[in-house]
Design a protein around this ligand. Structure first.
Ligand SMILES: [Fe+2]
Ligand SMILES: [Fe+2]
Length: 310
């Protein structure tokens, strides 16, 4: 078969809803685009554990401590599962998991912007687990039907766990909302802090690059950034307002006819700054990741059967 015939057969498989497996033929561009998306997700799970990890020693009470501990452990587990999927895709490109880690700690790899922000209060832990995990569930739910089979399958398990994280976050938020005046204020301040990063979460609305179009055509991605942001607003804005919290955007309103949520555009310059690695906590969290990577080198060497343990 010529490359042209291979490409036609590949696209016909995708069009008929077939899944692409790791050892199937695929265009180089498909491999690279899928790998970029999947690696960003894996890095985000790994880095996403850090803001809540800071709260394990300070969680109010044993029950909450166990819940945060379990969630952090789940997120690291998600990273492990997704890195495995990425490794298979990266092998023909000569890249290994060690390369992924080195790129991440050197600041060369992407992870979600939200994980570059501080979590100064316990209310931030609730807002992260409810709304950041809620936002992640919208994007991951949209990827369940991705054309890359191994990724779609692993997402089924991950989404089930994210749904539990969301309940855990909602429980913290509802407890604070029904608490003292100071607790309600702490919750309101946390929501106000997270509102802009949450709108940033799905990316700029006008992202129409040839890359994105190609990814949608090949079924790697299935929904636009704006469609996912609308889904998030539709799912969560009414609940936020229902518990008496204020959204720091007077323009937020649902158009009763079209069902479209209107909102003030967040500052996209801030978004790009964080993408460039200049978020308020980016460097600190990457150094923490670097420390963990160096500390655990002996375990990797032992597992890989190295003779010399550093
Ligand atoms: Fe996760
Ligand atoms: Fe999660």
């Amino acid at each position: 078969m010529t490359d042209e015939q291979r490409l036609q057969a590949f696209e016909a498989r995708i069009a008929s809803g077939e899944k692409i497996e790791s050892d199937d033929w695929m265009p180089d561009l498909y491999r690279k685009q899928a790998l970029r998306l999947i690696l960003t997700h894996a890095n985000s799970e790994l880095m996403g554990a850090l803001p809540e990890r800071e709260w394990i020693p300070r969680a109010p009470g044993m029950h909450r401590k166990l819940a945060v501990l379990a969630k952090v452990q789940d997120e690291i587990g998600h990273a492990q599962l997704i890195y495995r999927v990425a490794e298979d895709l990266a092998r023909p490109l000569g890249l290994t998991r060690d390369d992924f880690m080195k790129d991440l700690i050197a600041g060369r790899a992407k992870f979600h912007n939200v994980f570059s922000y501080p979590a100064p209060t316990w209310a931030d832990v609730g807002v992260i687990a409810w709304l950041v995990d809620g936002a992640a569930l919208v994007t991951q739910g949209a990827l369940l039907r991705t054309s890359y089979g191994p990724y779609g399958r692993i997402l089924r398990r991950i989404c089930a766990e994210e749904a539990i994280h969301l309940k855990h976050g909602e429980d913290i938020v509802l407890t604070l909302a029904g608490g003292t005046k100071a607790q309600r204020q702490m919750l309101q301040d946390a929501l106000s802090r997270w509102w802009e990063p949450l709108l940033h979460f799905f990316g700029p609305p006008d992202e129409v690059s040839p890359n994105t179009e190609q990814m949608v055509r090949w079924g790697i991605r299935l929904k636009s950034n704006e469609a996912m942001r609308q889904e998030f607003l539709q799912n969560y804005a009414p609940k936020i307002l229902e518990i008496g919290l204020l959204v720091p955007d007077p323009a937020l309103e649902k158009d009763p006819e079209s069902g479209v949520w209107h909102y003030t555009q967040p500052d996209w310059d801030v978004f790009w700054k964080v993408v460039r690695g200049e978020g308020p906590k980016t460097k600190e969290r990457l150094s923490l990741r670097r420390l963990a990577y160096e500390d655990q080198a002996w375990i990797r060497q032992a597992v890989q059967g190295a003779h010399h343990v550093a």
